[in-house]
Design a protein around this ligand. Structure first.
Ligand code: PHE
Length: 332
């Protein structure tokens, strides 16, 4: 038989092989020890061929053999799939399961949106660790040894002396060392405090820290960045005000409020603590405060998500209660 004839005959035989036993016979007929394809090579007198003819035969033979193999395999796969019995009572005409896609947790959704806004202002997103050294969480930030936050009662200390970070400010030192200055970065993430839980207190919550270090940075720059940020979040101009606030790692330190309508009333809402980075904090990171200055702010992501969605109880966020989570669209 010629190669072409073998191909046609194989197709016809395969079409008739309607069960695995019949297929095994076809397989033996073509690829078995005494099979049609196998014999093809055995019966050729290579010595009567020119090198080119030999090469041409070899190529055609290999092509036929792999074609036969793959066609046999395809029929085999079809037959064994069909051999699986349908589960009892299975109705193929019913519509497929309505598989639900998960959605993004409202806090993370808020975080991702804010990341985009700051990225558009040239900030990079710096991922941190949740377990940090005592130095990073406290000393680097000018927080003295007798500060109440350092107490066993307020902070989760690990057995190896590290702490579960109590704020994202714990990334300031590392960011300055690793990224160098000038620097614009945000560090979002989970923070932990040993709190008594109630509707406004959780032991696990999210913050988003911002840090900008450059030459000649002033409070005016801080206000401008915050206003641009809020305008992007609320899609309109937002009035802000600063009140004095104390944190050991900023000087001067502020509480930034913004004006909005809540419950039908125009009022000031406390949004975020912020301030000019304390010279000692710069020094602790190897940055010369005579050359560089900067500002830092700490946005309570959990609080912001509560505000924007009107969530009355902070504990709902961590409960993994689907009735709560499913109320939020996958994105906004
Ligand atoms: N880390 C402070 C807190 O958690 C907030 C803060 C950040 C204050 C940056 C000033 C500057 O309370």
């Amino acid at each position: 038989m010629k190669l072409e004839e073998i191909r046609t005959a194989l197709a016809a035989d395969l079409a008739e092989a309607t069960n695995e036993a019949a297929l095994a016979v076809v397989k033996a007929r073509y690829l078995g020890k005494d099979g049609v394809v196998t014999n093809l090579r055995r019966n050729v007198d290579f010595s009567a061929m020119t090198p080119d003819e030999r090469k041409g035969f070899g190529l055609a033979f290999n092509e036929l053999r792999s074609l036969a193999e793959s066609e046999l395999d395809a029929v085999q796969a079809r037959l064994s799939a069909a051999a699986q019995p349908a589960p009892a009572g299975f109705d193929y005409t019913l519509p497929a399961d309505d598989r639900r896609l998960g959605s993004i947790h409202p806090i993370i959704a808020t975080q991702l949106e804010i990341e985009d806004i700051f990225r558009s202002m040239g900030f990079s997103v710096f991922a941190g660790d949740e377990a940090v050294s005592e130095f990073e969480n406290f000393d680097a930030l000018n927080i003295p040894g007798d500060h109440p936050a350092r107490d066993m009662q307020d902070t989760f200390w690990l057995e190896n002396g590290m702490v579960l970070r109590t704020h994202t400010s714990s990334m300031q030192n590392r960011a300055m060392r690793q990224l160098g200055v000038p620097l614009r970065a945000i560090f979002p993430g989970r923070c932990f405090r040993n709190e008594a839980l109630d509707i406004t207190h959780e032991n696990t919550f999210y913050q988003l820290e911002g840090l900008l270090i450059d030459r000649d940075v002033s409070v005016a720059n801080l206000i401008a960045v915050m206003r641009d940020f809020l305008a992007a979040v609320f899609r309109r101009d937002i009035e802000v005000r600063l009140r004095p606030g104390f944190f050991p790692f900023v000087e001067p330190g502020f509480e930034l409020d913004f004006r909005t309508t809540l419950g039908g009333v125009r009022r000031w809402v406390e949004l975020m603590p912020c301030g000019m980075v304390h010279p000692q904090v710069l020094r602790n990171a190897g940055v010369d405060p005579d050359v560089y200055s900067g500002f830092a702010f700490g946005l309570g992501l959990t609080r912001l998500a509560m505000l924007r969605h009107g969530v009355p109880d902070v504990r709902l966020f961590n409960k993994a209660d689907l009735r709560f989570c499913q109320q939020f669209p996958a994105s906004f």
